[in-house]
Design a binder for this molecule. Structure first.
Ligand SMILES: [Fe+2]
Ligand SMILES: [Fe+2]
Length: 194
């Protein structure tokens, strides 16, 4: 892993977009990268941040609980959605894209998808991504753009750093899917399924 693709470096903005040109690589490699880098990252970080938030709402005083409680609600909602979302990608959409690409490479006709057209699951995934962006926006607002509060600053530091890195990683992850993988999968379906 190079530092320019490492979301743990806490980078934000377009400068943190991956250096690899994924518009040229085979789709199975892009899928492998998304699952191994971004899905695995989420499967580690989402429960870790949730646990930290739960502990903080118990340990810190009434004032902190007032802001951390609603933050925990939004975070847990986003975590549950993402768990479900990644399962759908890994079990339905990604295997279909990989199968279609393999058939196309081998020059054999690809089986039509059980869901009509790949456009359908992609549409569902795009709606999920919008919902994740909404949750991230709420989290950003609730933490004042990850600005440490006047009280219990030290206790908030690791949490806010974790949340900011999570947002940065999710933006790269969703960019790879929305802007590269999904448009390429739609184009592939057109060419491969006759
Ligand atoms: Fe994903
Ligand atoms: Fe996704």
């Amino acid at each position: 892993m190079t530092s320019d693709t490492n979301p743990r470096a806490g980078q934000t903005g377009t400068s943190s977009l991956p250096a690899t040109d994924w518009s040229k690589k085979p789709l199975y490699e892009l899928i492998e990268h998304i699952v191994e880098r971004h899905h695995e990252y989420l499967r580690e970080e989402l429960p870790a941040i949730e646990e930290k938030l739960e502990l903080m709402t118990v340990r810190l005083g009434e004032g902190a609980r007032g802001t951390l409680g609603p933050l925990l609600d939004v975070f847990s909602g986003m975590k549950n959605e993402l768990d479900d979302h990644m399962r759908k990608e890994e079990m339905i959409l990604f295997p279909f894209i990989e199968r279609t690409e393999r058939s196309f490479e081998e020059g054999v006709p690809a089986d039509p998808p059980p869901f009509g057209t790949v456009r359908n699951p992609i549409q569902t995934m795009l709606i999920d991504h919008d919902s994740t962006f909404d949750a991230l926006k709420q989290i950003r607002q609730m933490t004042n753009g990850y600005t440490l509060p006047g009280e219990d600053r030290e206790a908030h530091e690791a949490l806010y750093k974790g949340l900011e890195e999570l947002e940065s990683d999710l933006r790269i992850h969703i960019h790879l899917e929305n802007d590269i993988l999904f448009p390429r999968a739609l184009a592939l379906e057109k060419d491969a399924i006759r």
